[in-house]
Design a protein around this ligand. Structure first.
Ligand code: FUB
Length: 752
């Protein structure tokens, strides 16, 4: 018998069986297929779910782990790979075992608590890294272990910030330890604490303290996850010994007394003898993260993160949660009309991801037949015209085919990828969408599954893949489901108003002479020529029945605009346009715009643009956000290109005016408050909310700043008496609203 042929046949058969048993149809777990990932720690920040993981090496025979990785999603099924922003090399004292970890945000910084083997003590140690963003770059925050004493117990840190601000760090195998972190999150106070590892607390004592022959309900092993629900602390942990299941205990205080509460994820055939969990609530759903060994060629040392949705029992206790291959359902649609990092996937086959300084993370190891699947892709917001992709190939390239709903489903486009002269010689290539008449949603009115299928010569690597996008025919986007107001809004560009972005109710039929749309004219922070930082705020305002005309190009994605600054004239163009459209019988806006009720407004440099334009007689009111004219004494701090009228300009204001500032931390606080004090001839107030210069514009629906702005506009432009109460009188709504303060000038109470 020809042995090499025999092995080739056995190998290819087992490969096929592996892939067949790992069917993509509907499966979401494990939700990362490019690498082995373990010990998931979820963190929700700014509307995004992040998961921090360990990384098991391919083909390993122990937990020889070198780095940690980060993934994120907004819809729970399409995950973006952020690569590895933290590795053993980040800690000069660590030399082995990049084991379980958890990240938490505090005061705008992200603290990643890890454990690793320490070359200083020879045992395991707890370390902490810090970053300004959830995806790094992270650096060792203190240049030494946060805690070590030579013991091997010190693994698996969990961190929890309590309602009173106290941050708790817990970890350990088989003893569970705790420390009280200081406010700086990188030091601690007090002595090392030890939980009482009793039968009552954990269903059984530590393994090494068990009485021979005695049966115990359970026992704590490792991987603690500390959280709190309905005022009760919950400690989840890997339990029972090897193989591990997940159990939990509850307590009135993090230090105890803890009481065993039962199993959450019982033992089942996950092909991993360890388990490790984390829980998080996200967009009204509760999720349980854990790991299995279920990826092809995975197992006890090749684990993969998985997630299940669950509902807490009414008393806050956990239900039983079973591991599934299906995983979770999407909770939002996926927008393809933007730059999508190629390493964003609901499922994939055959691929790896790599990273470099030029492009960040990209998809690599692409061979014939490999694919990326994205779930719940909603094409209905626009019409697709082109598929654009950035690729590089050091060999002969291949093709990317776009199919709907299955690997061989309806073909949308086929992109030819040539050799580009190197694996990192990137080219942007375009293919036409062949059939733009396809159904942009499925029968259920949801998005469709999109498969990016890679084809080419059999055998060799084809190309690397950085990002892709679908070019929309029309520049328009529904933001945050159209906003929370009574009129679902849309963000769009109009040919008749170049270099502006319009936010307006989608259905204009509700508006006319009796109910016209007041106008908000907006200038952007840094006088950037796109409202990319403020679109959620502006969209939300539009959804409450306003025509919002923002300076600059439509932000089709939430990324800083890179182009020349805007000009003060663009706000005047907005006013001219609104008046012209209202008078134009052929315009969809004909007779629908309230041209007598115009607010000119802007943030930071956009606020300066607004103040520059303040004398325009068509202005009914002004709203100056995180801004104020520079004083003689600090003019030097201004950036080039900012409009710089001196304080005498304030005399030209002829309307009511509100300053909305970010409190003393706001760099514009001094200038804004100085304006407020100087404005005595028209009603003026200054509202402060302690968030600093950035305001809350990028929070969902624009956050607190939207609430105040909407009340001001409703009062000043729509005459709404209820909204007036937010500002009028000694006990006005704003004076009672958490975090806000308000000051008013002598003329303010005369404001009707
Ligand atoms: O990933 C290495 C170790 O395996 C973790 O620290 C434990 O929790 C177990 O999952």
């Amino acid at each position: 018998m020809n042995l090499s042929k025999h092995f080739a046949r056995v190998f290819s058969l087992s490969f096929i069986i592996c892939h067949l048993s790992f069917s993509p149809a509907g499966a979401q777990n494990p939700f990362v297929q490019t690498w082995f990932t373990s010990d998931p720690a979820p963190m929700v920040h700014d509307g995004t779910m992040y998961v921090y993981t360990g990384h098991d090496e391919d083909g390993a025979d122990f937990f020889w782990m070198q780095e940690w990785r980060v993934y994120s999603t907004k819809d729970m099924v399409n995950w973006q790979d952020h690569g590895s922003p933290l590795a053993l090399e980040s800690f000069s004292w660590a030399d082995d075992r990049a084991w379980a970890s958890q990240t938490v945000e505090r005061d705008g910084k992200f603290y990643w608590y890890i454990c690793a083997h320490s070359k200083l003590s020879g045992g395991m140690a707890i370390g902490v890294a810090v970053s300004d963003t959830p995806v790094g770059p992270f650096r060792d925050a203190i240049g030494k272990p946060l805690f070590e004493n030579g013991s091997w117990d010190h693994i698996d840190p969990t961190v929890f910030i309590d309602d009173d601000g106290q941050a708790w760090l817990m970890w350990g195998n088989p003893q569970c330890y705790y420390l009280k972190l200081n406010r700086d999150m990188i030091s601690y106070s007090g002595e090392l604490g030890r939980l009482d590892m009793t039968e009552e607390a954990f269903g059984g004592p530590m393994m090494n303290k068990r009485e021979k022959g005695k049966k115990y309900k359970d026992s704590y092993v490792e991987g603690p996850w500390l959280t709190k629900r309905n005022g009760t602390y919950q400690l989840l942990y890997a339990a029972g010994g090897v193989p591990e299941h997940i159990s939990y205990s509850t307590a009135p205080h993090p230090t105890g007394p803890w009481k065993y509460a039962g199993e959450i994820m019982p033992l089942s055939d996950t092909k991993s003898f360890t388990n490790h969990c984390g829980v998080a609530d996200y967009k009204g759903h509760s999720y349980f993260f854990y790991h299995t060994g279920k990826l092809p060629r995975g197992g006890g040392f090749g684990r993969s993160v998985a997630v299940e949705e669950f509902k807490y029992n009414t008393d806050g206790s956990f239900p039983t949660i079973l591991p599934t291959d299906e995983g979770v359902k999407p909770i939002e649609t996926f927008n393809p009309y933007r730059k999508v990092e190629a390493e964003t996937m609901a499922f994939s086959r055959g691929l790896k991801t790599e990273q470099n300084d030029e492009v960040g993370v990209y998809v690599s190891d692409i061979h014939n037949g490999d694919y990326i699947k994205l779930q719940n892709v909603d094409f209905s917001q626009n019409e697709p015209t082109q598929f654009v992709a950035r690729v590089a190939s050091g060999l002969r390239g291949g093709q990317i085919e776009l199919h709907l709903d299955s690997l061989k489903g309806e073909l949308l486009a086929r992109l030819e990828v040539p050799g580009t002269g190197g694996w990192e010689k990137w080219q942007e290539l375009t293919a036409t969408i062949q059939n733009s008449n396809f159904k942009t949603q499925n029968e259920a009115g949801k998005g469709r599954d999109l498969y990016l299928v890679f084809t080419g010569r059999k055998g060799p690597k084809l190309f690397n893949f950085d990002w892709w996008s679908i070019t929309p025919k029309h520049k328009r986007l529904v933001v945050e489901d159209g906003g929370m107001g009574a009129y679902k809004a849309i963000m769009k560009e109009e040919e008749s108003l170049p270099a502006h972005t319009i936010f307006v109710p989608q259905d204009l039929s509700a508006f006319g002479k009796k109910n016209p749309l007041p106008v908000l004219v907006w200038g952007n922070g840094a006088c950037t020529n796109s409202p990319w930082e403020h679109f959620k705020f502006l969209n939300e305002i539009a959804s409450h029945g306003y025509l919002v005309l923002a300076t600059g190009y439509i932000p089709m994605e939430e990324k800083p605009y890179q182009g020349p600054m805007s000009t003060t004239e663009q706000q005047i163009e907005s006013i001219d346009w609104a008046i012209a459209q209202n008078a134009d019988k052929n315009s969809p806006y004909y007779g629908k715009i309230d041209v007598k009720n115009i607010c000119v407004s802007g943030m930071s440099c956009g606020g300066l643009q607004s103040l520059y334009n303040c004398a325009d007689p068509r202005i009914k009111t002004m709203m100056i956000c995180n801004s104020g004219l520079f004083k003689q004494s600090n003019r030097g701090q201004a950036h080039g290109g900012m409009p710089m009228p001196d304080k005498s300009k304030l005399k030209e204001i002829h309307s009511s005016i509100i300053y909305i500032l970010g409190g003393k931390e706001d760099i514009a606080y001094e200038n804004g408050m100085d304006d407020f004090r100087q404005i005595q001839h028209v009603p003026c107030c200054a509202a402060n909310y302690p968030v600093g210069h950035g305001g809350t514009y990028r929070q969902p629906h624009g956050g607190e700043f939207t609430v105040v702005a909407l009340n001001w506009l409703n009062w000043q432009l729509k005459g709404d008496k209820q909204s007036a109460k937010m500002f009028k009188g000694k006990n006005c709504g704003l004076s009672k609203r958490e975090g806000w303060t308000i000051e008013k000038n002598a003329k303010f109470d005369s404001l009707k």
